[in-house]
Ligand binder design. Sequence first.
Ligand SMILES: [Zn+2]
Length: 343
Amino acid sequence: MSRFTDSDFLRYTLDNPTGISEPSQRQLADGSLLTVSASGIMTVEPANPTRALDLVLSCGVHGNETAPMELVRDMVTDLLDGTLIPGVRLLVLIGNPVAANISQRFEQVNMNRLFSGNHMNHDCWEARRAAELEAAVSTFFSQGGEGRERCHYDLHTAIRGSEYEKFAVHPYTAGAPYHAEQLGFLAACGINAVLFSSKPSTTFSYASSNLHGAHAFTLELGKVYPFGQNDLGRFALINQALRQLIVTGTFQQATWQQQLICFDVCHELLKESDDFRLTIADDVNNFATFHQGDQVSTSSAGDYHAQHNGEAIVFPNANVPIGGRAALMLSVIDPAQIPIQHN
Ligand SMILES: [Zn+2]
């Protein structure tokens, strides 16, 4: 183990996946302070703030989702060499270096089901790490203080193909309206679709939204490839938009009503018995659609058939525990029907 002294934060994190010998702090060229407090946990305090914004960028919560880790690595390198001058408070998290080192989604448990305290129900690496990440976010936001804007973008890629290459999962807001500026920012990032969650969850982004009042999203940005095999050009829009946000504190805008296909959850498909199975192709794309009456699953507890034409499926996975979620069924909604707050 060693202190962080070079410029490759990803390499350093992967070389020290479970802990670092001691925290390190470096002053950037403009006087900003960059602190590495634990493995994969870095904060930046800007010398010359451009907006009262506390920004969390997390990646690698699933260890094999490498492209976002490479994007974030390059941002940190550019902060260190003065190419990127930070104007907002920033917390950078590389989520699961242990799993990344074995090129797996997780070592024992899917970490993106362990937030909002659910890590306390497990005893494994991912549970300890989720607790550490959740604490890092709490510390970061509380040190920023009340009255500041809070954002958390949790960056992922997917194994499964998708009808929309890049999509966002919007956490459940318990009826609170959605923010036009955030939706406009997602569109500017090249996101094609947004799924509005219908209930609380144990994801990282939901925890930041619910516990800290952050604008928080899970962003699925394309396909999984091994380290070094990503075409980072496919992430140009979001890369550029996040860099502008870090520097100027401004959220680039695009016309979300035209660019984002909006989905509501119309049915949660639960695995109710051991003999549950999905009756669709194993390699079905996220957001693949069905006709009314098409069979989607079967089990001794009952079958499920699409209830309307154009019903879409996302995150299908029959390999979950009994009672677990095997898929979400979605309906497209008209952007004009979405409750929006314009500030
Ligand atoms: Zn993921």
